[in-house]
Design a binder for this molecule. Structure first.
Ligand SMILES: Cc1cc2nc3c(=O)[nH]c(=O)nc-3n(C[C@H](O)[C@H](O)[C@H](O)COP(=O)(O)O)c2cc1C
Length: 344
């Protein structure tokens, strides 16, 4: 069905196509019988794909990365497609519109996405209410951010406000300081700024009695290797439970020739999809080496096949996440990846 719909979706402006697909998904998941049909067509992930990580039992290591379902709107649908877990968000404490449109661009011939969404969010209160009705049997992560107008010195207050509302309704939480589309956000990756942020959140987790729930940090792929090493040591020393590597990249060097010029013509933003795979792999190799088994981590960035997922898992990741490939390949990709991994 996606093969039939794709030409239409790809003729539309990217964000309009996204909104249309979400509306259709929302309607579909309320039609009696649709979810069981979708699940029957997909089939449950093979039991051999089960794995434990972060104190949770994942039915498949393949998850949906943050940013697609920012408001936790399509959880039953994701579950029916065979995802082992879904990361909702980024959720900011207060609602905000994000950057002016257009802010999302697809380059299907390269499997590349450029986005400068800028944390468009309904706010933590609305999303938390929706999560109260989350489907059973799906592992959900909550990816948290700060509002754009919040100054850097108040960032911890924002992450704490979002955590307070979202964490009780999810299975793990992620601190996102690696989006390139909120001015100054990535500066929080410097160890002297990161340490109080992580400690402040761990203190809140304890206060809320959620010590057993994992707290992860999502990394940018654009750090110098020495800075990445320092960041990893800060995270391990803090008592955080793991890492996600990586978010989108600002490095335009991952695309060449004519495509590079067309990407540049669309302006600022982070790149994701197939062309960022090597970049993500380099960061992940460093993460694996430096962590040396001290913490688990999730691989994300340019993954689009069972072979690539297997490569990431063999490279030391406990789980993998996908986003861009799902846009280009359609929802059947999850089943194909689960099937391929199970056979492998
Ligand atoms: C349109 C778009 C929006 C995104 N929004 C978020 C976000 O809100 N929070 C976040 O942590 N990552 C966000 N990401 C990054 C993805 O979660 C992922 O890290 C990145 O796209 C690399 O994976 P991929 O190559 O499989 O797409 C976004 C990515 C895209 C393409």
């Amino acid at each position: 069905m996606y093969r039939l719909l794709k030409p239409l979706l790809f003729r539309l402006d990217a964000e309009k196509a996204h909104n249309l697909a979400f509306t259709a998904g929302g309607v579909a998941q309320r039609v009696p019988g649709f979810l069981s049909l979708s699940a029957a067509l997909t089939g449950k992930p093979d039991p051999s794909l089960r794995r434990e990580a972060f104190g949770l039992a994942f039915p498949s290591p393949i998850g949906l990365a943050a940013g697609l379902d920012k408001g936790a709107r399509l959880l039953p649908l994701w579950k029916s497609l065979g995802f082992g877990f879904v990361e909702i968000g980024t959720v900011t404490p207060r609602p905000q519109p994000g950057n002016p449109k257009p802010r999302l661009f697809r380059f299907p011939e390269a499997g590349l996405i450029l986005n400068r969404m800028g944390f468009n969010s309904e706010g933590a209160e609305v999303v938390a209410k929706r999560l109260a009705h989350r489907p059973s049997g799906l592992i959900i992560g909550g990816n948290l951010g700060k509002n754009k107008e919040t100054p850097e010195e108040k960032a911890l207050d924002d992450y704490r406000a979002a955590y307070r509302l979202i964490a009780p309704r999810v299975d793990y939480s992620v601190v996102n300081i690696s989006s390139p589309n909120t001015p100054g956000l990535r500066d929080l990756q410097a160890p002297e700024k990161l340490k109080p942020l992580l400690e402040g959140l761990l203190a809140l987790r304890k206060e809320m009695g959620l010590e057993r729930q994992a707290l992860l940090l999502k990394l940018a792929p654009d750090l110098a290797m020495e800075d990445l090493d320092a960041l990893i040591e800060t995270v391990v020393a803090s008592g955080f439970d793991g890492l996600i590597a990586t978010n989108t990249t600002l490095d335009r060097g991952i695309v060449g020739g004519d495509l590079r010029a067309r990407v540049e013509a669309q302006g600022a933003g982070g790149l994701s999809g197939a062309p960022m795979r090597d970049k993500a792999l380099a960061v992940q190799a460093r993460v694996q080496e430096k962590l040396a088994g001290r913490l688990p981590w999730i691989a994300c960035g340019g993954i689009g096949s069972a072979t690539q997922a297997k490569e990431s898992l063999e490279g030391g990741a406990s789980l993998v996440q996908i986003y861009s490939a799902l846009i280009f390949e359609g929802p059947g990709l999850v089943k194909r990846m689960n099937g391929g991994l199970a056979r492998a």
